[in-house]
Design a protein around this ligand. Structure first.
Ligand code: ADP
Length: 850
């Protein structure tokens, strides 16, 4: 049994029930009012249409059509009957202009020009009736809003009817009260949901009407009398209660458009042309500028006489502003020097500006619709996934430097900025990408980087070679650096060196090739190619040496010997010393032609100049070293030779002294002579020590002793012979056990006390302290004498160094502290001084404790 049969449609009671059911739908009246307000039509109804009846269930009648709920129309006179049979909605904006319906009997009979009727189907598919509306005037019904609204409403009505029907059926079918109430509860819930849907749909519609920005107007072609809805009056700023003339309307329009509008009006009325025009107006009260769209249609009476020209006015200010903005945006995008591309989240290109065409070589039509990977190098495809991931999360990718490719496969360095594109709801739907070509910038940066690197190399080379005094080291560094700077496959330094026999031969260093690669060919000779370099004639740079006229002129090889490293590009720079002698030459080779440029000549020449200075220094240093060695040799020999006679003199003097009677007046002279001889002995022994240190032959004799005892003995002995100064000694009660060379440590202490007395004339105190600090034995000797300048404090420990000026008039050789320092160092200790000019000095030494 179908629902239709269940409802028993033909029975008068059943019709009554249907009317009741419709009127039980909440807001049915509102729904009809919305229909009238939205369409501007005067009559709307929900009709039950059966096989033999058209009954109005609910009605809104603003035009005195005369139908009330329950009122019937003769079925055959209605279009609804046809809809019942076809199941298809009928919409007529303007009957007179509608080919299918201009001769239909229904409009003629009921006198309407606009008509809309949408079928209501029940859940089981059976036809219930229609939601329809009519008006004597035409209306704009063929719009998605209107048809959408009608369809939505018919669905809602159907849903309600269905709910009622089910409720009714279950009520009669089910006996159990409990079940009924459960069901009722269920249906009530359903109803509430349905009502909520209806209510929200209604709210949306109300909003649509309010924000619809539409109004209607009509002009009587005979009198040019104008009627317009309040919306239009408000839009123009006209008083609501006044009739508005055509002239007043034209006045409100932008002067540029007035003539067009007048022409359109004339054309419509005289030539029966419908119209659709957009123009700007100025609200006469607020002076606000608005854009409107006015559509106009012509309506005719039954005799075919034009009796109305009417239509709609819409406020399109926002749309226009959007359009303007868009046009501006489009212009900006098109004129931008950067490539601007948009794409979907799947990576499909949706827009492609002119600069993108130029940059990537794909035309707009080639690119749009394609995947963005057309410009991404294969090894960077992964980047796209990462970028899109970010965009999807509504993040921007700023100044991302990467590489993209052109249609012809050329790689471009680009800086990309990618931003998400969102729809009105704020959902990310795509990405816009701005790509800036930074190839030039990159090139520039690379060049800068190159220069910086070269400078860095030059600097380091300069520094390291000037600090180096070893010739072979310098040559190696210079060869390595210049090979790197020139990009040569290999580089070599051939050094002019004169051997003992006075022959000129060459030592060399190599870079980029193993030494064996050269060794088997022997040293380069003064061939036509090499001669200009060894003669110091200047730089030789040849793109292809094998084609050079100087090449291959010398036997036996006539060119490069077999198996020689392949040299095509050739660069040779002489290295000339300050005196003008050619120290040697730097030679570079590469197997490809044209690898060396002017720039390289300057670079190598720069390094060569630095190298020449360094080599001169090294040479000088070598000479000094040799002289020094000779001097040391002499000192060693001399002191050794002096030692024996001085010891003999001292011995004989002592014998004489002992043999003389106590009152002999010569005894005093002998003692004076002995003192002088002792001084001489000390001097000679110091010189011998220096010599021993130099030759590494200063032996140490280790023994364990108490340093405090040693200090006591030494200071007492010194005190006896030096009465000018009071020697104070400070140390703890505990013995200071030391394992060291007793005699040498004593020598250090004596030396420090002697200096303290010598360089502190006019003062009377010397303080000696000893103790253990951090597991080390520390001894200090402090005086209050002339002091030592900060600059000199380090140097006084070197051989033969004496402080100028202040100490110059005090005798000495400048070797005492050197020997002390050596002795302490040999004991794995250290020695230093703290001093201030005019205030005195404190000398410290530290040796490891036992
Ligand atoms: P010499 O005393 O024979 O010149 P030294 O090696 O003992 O040689 O000392 C080196 C130099 O250090 C001295 O010439 C002197 O200028 C300086 N010097 C050493 N001890 C002191 C000191 N106690 N006060 C000031 N200057 C000193």
């Amino acid at each position: 049994m179908t629902q239709k049969e269940k409802l028993n449609i033909n029975a008068p009671d059943a019709i009554k029930a249907d009317i009741d059911a419709i009127n039980q739908i909440p807001m049915v009246a509102t729904l009809l009012e919305v229909v009238c307000r939205t369409t501007g039509m005067g009559f709307a109804a929900i009709a039950r249409v059966t096989e033999d009846k058209w009954v109005a269930c609910s009605v809104r009648d603003e035009i005195n059509f005369g139908l009330k709920p329950g009122g019937e129309l003769q079925l055959e006179t209605t279009i609804c009957n046809e809809i019942r049979q076809s199941g298809v909605e009928v919409i007529i904006d303007h009957v007179a202009e509608d080919k299918a319906f201009c001769h239909h009997h229904t409009p003629a009979m009921y006198g309407f020009q606009s008509y809309i009727s949408v079928p209501i189907f029940l859940k089981d598919g059976s036809f219930f009736g229609t939601l329809c509306a009519i008006d004597p005037k035409p209306a704009m019904l063929h719009t998605p809003q209107v048809t959408g609204m009608f369809r939505l409403f018919t669905e809602l009505i159907s849903m309600h009817l269905n709910t009622f029907d089910q409720l009714k059926t279950s009520q009669s079918d089910l006996k159990s009260e409990q079940q009924t109430s459960q069901l009722q509860e269920y249906y009530n819930k359903e109803l509430t949901i349905a009502n909520q849907k209806l209510s929200s749909a209604n709210d949306k519609l109300q909003q649509a009407i309010e924000t619809g920005n539409m109004g209607t107007w009509s002009i009587n072609p005979a009198t040019y009398e104008v009627t317009m809805s309040d919306f239009i009056k408000e839009l123009f700023g006209f008083p609501l209660n006044e009739d508005i003339s055509v002239e007043r309307i034209v006045e409100a329009i932008d002067p540029d458009y007035r003539q067009t509008l007048t022409d359109i009006l004339k054309n419509a009325i005289e030539n029966h042309q419908s119209s659709d025009i957009e123009y700007p107006i100025t609200n006469i009260i607020t002076k606000e500028r608005k854009w409107v769209r006015a559509t106009g249609k012509l309506f005719y009476d039954q005799d075919g006489q034009l009796n109305e020209y009417s239509g709609m006015v819409m406020d399109i200010t926002r749309r226009k502003a959007d359009e303007d903005r868009q046009a501006m945006l489009a212009a900006i995008i098109e004129s931008s020097e950067d490539a601007i591309i948009s794409k979907t989240l799947d990576g499909n290109i949706t827009s492609w500006n002119e600069s993108a065409e130029k940059l990537f070589e794909h035309t707009q039509s080639e690119a749009v619709g394609k995947h963005i990977s057309i410009i991404i190098p294969d090894d960077r495809l992964q980047e796209e996934t990462l970028i899109i991931e970010k965009v999807r999360n509504n993040e921007r990718v700023d100044h991302f430097e990467t590489i993209r490719k052109t249609k012809s496969g050329k790689e471009l360095h680009l800086s990309l900025t990618v931003s998400p594109i969102k729809n009105e709801q704020g959902k990310v739907i795509g990405a816009s990408k701005i790509a800036r070509d930074i190839s030039k910038q990159k090139q520039f940066e690379d060049r800068l980087q190159n220069y910086a690197e070269r400078l860095e190399i030059l600097n380091t080379v300069g520094q390291t070679i000037s600090a180096d005094l070893d010739m072979q080291n310098i040559l190696q560094k210079v060869t390595d650096a210049t090979t790197q700077l020139t990009g040569a496959a290999f580089g070599a330094f051939f050094h002019n060196k004169v051997n003992e026999l006075g022959e000129s031969y060459m030592l060399y260093t190599l870079s980029g090739a193993p030494r064996e690669a050269f060794e088997k060919f022997g040293m380069p000779r003064n061939t036509a190619v090499f001669a200009p370099t060894f003669n110091g004639d200047g730089i030789v740079r040849v793109d292809d040496i094998t084609k050079d006229e100087r090449y291959g002129k010398n036997s036996p090889h006539s060119g490069m010997p077999k198996g020689h490293l392949p040299v095509v590009s050739y660069l040779a720079v002489p290295v000339t010393s300050k005196t003008g002698d050619v120290i040697g030459g730097l030679f570079f080779g590469h197997s490809e032609p044209g690898r060396f440029v002017k720039d390289h000549e300057q670079l190598v020449a720069g390094v060569a100049a630095q190298a020449a200075v360094a080599l001169d220094n090294a040479k000088l240093y070598g000479e000094i070293k040799a002289l020094n060695a000779k001097k040391d040799e002499f000192i060693g020999l001399a002191s050794h030779e002096l030692k024996t006679p001085v010891t003999s003199i001292s011995g004989y003097l002592q014998i004489i002294e002992r043999g003389l009677p106590a009152d002999d007046r010569n005894k005093a002279f002998i003692n004076k002579a002995l003192q002088q001889v002792n001084k001489l002995t000390t001097l000679i022994s110091d010189l011998l020590d220096v010599s021993k240190i130099q030759t590494g032959k200063l032996p140490l004799l280790y023994s364990s002793f108490d340093l405090s005892e040693l200090l006591t003995d030494v200071s007492e002995m010194m005190q006896q012979s030096h009465i000018t100064h009071r020697i104070e000694l400070h140390y703890g009660n505990e013995p200071i056990n030391l394992n060291a060379d007793h005699q040498r440590i004593e020598q250090v202490i004596i030396n420090l006390i002697t200096n303290a007395i010598k360089y502190a004339p006019g003062t009377d105190r010397i303080i000696i302290t000893a103790g253990v600090v951090n597991k080390k034995i520390r001894v200090s000797v402090q005086d209050f004498g002339i002091g030592i300048d900060k600059d000199q404090q380090q140097r006084i420990f070197s051989r033969f160094y004496r402080v100028e000026n202040l100490a110059a008039h005090m005798s000495g050789l400048g070797i005492g502290l050197y020997i002390c320092h050596e002795i302490v160092s040999r004991h794995k200790g250290k020695m230093w001084v703290e001093s201030e000019i005019g205030k005195g000095s404190t000398f410290f030494f530290e040796v490891p404790a036992n």
